[in-house]
Design a protein around this ligand. Structure first.
Ligand code: NIG
Ligand code: FE
Length: 452
């Protein structure tokens, strides 16, 4: 089933120069066993809800032709081979026989915190000994204990760590990543983190969306003066990050021990004034009413473990995506997981993401998140896959370009050594991703490359 000679050939390919320095060669994937197109199931445009989340738009014996970093043609292998545009590029095309394996749009990991230096092993052991996430934070561990190293780090050092995170995510099939700052908590270190994210993005052929999370926690030096810290976020961090074109979204950790709803409204107002989108970590630790946040039209509300029943009904009327991050529940050893079934059945658009971070979810793996979504949140494999691709793209407002395999969209693909799409969520603890295509560049787990 898995063609080792194909992987070996890809691994030997010479690297292309810097990501984005030249257009990738046209690429033809043929003999795909199951191509999960995730194309629109009906006329309705918008994030997937309810039954539509199960519609993967599967094509068997399929092919995809990509050129100029875009998807040009999608269909049965014999149809795509007849496309006249193939002839125009012939002699130049990289052709890959997919050996009847499964191909899908690259995962869109719409919630990650990659701008950190070190794992939090003391927190890990304390939790194993019985302390909770909040108890550890109150005793001086938690988010605040990741801050000093980030403040001290140079921008290139931080960039290397972030890039290593993107590469690990990519090895598991991710081609688009939302990346948050949030471990600097000074104007200078938050801007440095965002600049390092931009530097890492420039060295990786995938797509990165940057989010300012200056309001992650109140830093030590502002203890007891949280409103002054909120002022700093609003009047300096947000305007400066905007001016330097470092950021697309602003996020707030709206919860017990972090920021209040009033703080969040103030920060969202400042973000809106700068033309930025907003999202929030909310209802992770405690029940929080969502109405005050919904008036800002957030792109996503994330975690949602303790969302109130009446808010689920309200959310169904919005395009705001509920982004569920079950890796955090798993790693914190919680018995309860976010109420995916209730959200989906009520018509709320749901995405899933890794929440890659050193405190609550140190995993770069979207396939592991798919496994958790199915085993602990009772999502069907098809629902989990749509939540990890097209709805992730909606959560980042990128659905015009990402999240499905359709002509005109960016050429972002992931090829897995499996025969049935349900295996994506079935195997766990090992990576079956053979290679990915990022904006048209073919990428093995070594480097972007081209077949000669
Ligand atoms: O999404 N809840 C807030 N932020 C992260 C955890 C960050 C950390 O512990 O370093 C989360 O779980
Ligand atoms: Fe998070």
């Amino acid at each position: 089933m898995f063609d080792h000679s194909l992987a070996a050939k890809l691994l030997k390919m010479p690297s292309s120069k810097k990501a984005g320095s030249r257009l990738p060669r046209p690429l033809l994937l043929i003999n795909i066993g199951q191509l999960l197109t995730l194309r629109e199931p009906n006329q309705h445009r918008g994030p997937r809800r309810g039954r539509d989340l199960q519609e993967l738009g599967i094509l068997e014996d399929a092919a995809v032709f990509c050129s100029g970093g875009k998807i040009v043609s999608v269909g049965k292998t014999r149809e795509v081979l007849r496309d006249p545009r193939l002839k125009e590029s012939s002699g130049h095309i990289v052709e890959v026989d997919c050996q009847r394996q499964v191909v899908l749009p690259g995962f869109v990991d719409s919630h990650t915190h990659p701008a950190f230096l070190r794992p939090r092993l003391a927190d890990f052991e304390q939790r194993i000994s019985g302390a909770t996430y909040e108890e550890i934070a109150a005793a001086g561990g938690g988010i605040r204990s990741s801050v000093e190293a980030v403040r001290k780090a140079s921008r290139p050092t931080l960039c290397e760590r972030i890039l290593a995170g993107f590469k690990q995510m990519n090895q598991q099939g991710t081609t688009t990543v939302e990346a948050k700052s949030g471990y600097g908590l000074t104007v200078e270190s938050e801007l440095k983190s965002l600049a390092a994210i931009r530097d890492a993005a420039a060295r990786w052929p995938g797509t990165v969306v940057s989010t300012l999370l200056g309001a992650h926690v109140v830093p030590k030096e502002f203890q007891g003066r949280s409103s002054q810290y909120v002022e700093l976020v609003c009047t300096e961090m947000i305007p400066q990050a905007t001016k330097q074109k470092l950021v697309e979204f602003v996020d707030v950790f709206t919860d017990r021990g972090a920021f209040s709803l009033q703080d969040t409204e103030r920060i969202f107002e400042a973000a809106a004034a700068c033309g930025l989108g907003v999202r929030a970590h909310v209802c992770q630790l405690s029940e929080t009413p969502l109405e005050p946040l919904l008036r800002f039209g957030p792109a996503s509300l994330d975690h949602m473990d303790h969302v109130k029943a009446q808010d689920i009904g309200k959310l169904a009327g919005y395009d705001t995506v509920a982004t569920l991050v079950p890796g955090a529940n798993y790693f914190l050893g919680l018995e309860k997981f976010p109420p995916a079934r209730k959200l989906i059945d009520a018509g709320v658009p749901v995405a899933v993401a890794t929440d890659y971070n050193p405190g609550s979810s140190p995993t770069p793996s979207m396939p592991f998140v798919l496994s958790l979504a199915c085993t602990h949140m009772r999502m069907l494999p098809s629902e989990a896959i749509a939540a990890a691709t097209i709805n992730g793209a909606w959560a980042l407002r990128l659905a015009n370009h990402k999240g499905s395999v359709e002509a005109g969209k960016d050429a972002d693909l992931a090829v897995f050594e499996i025969e049935d799409y349900r295996e994506l969520a079935y195997w766990f603890g090992s990576s079956r991703c053979v290679f990915t295509v990022l904006n048209g560049s073919l990428m093995t787990d070594a480097a972007p490359g081209q077949i000669d």
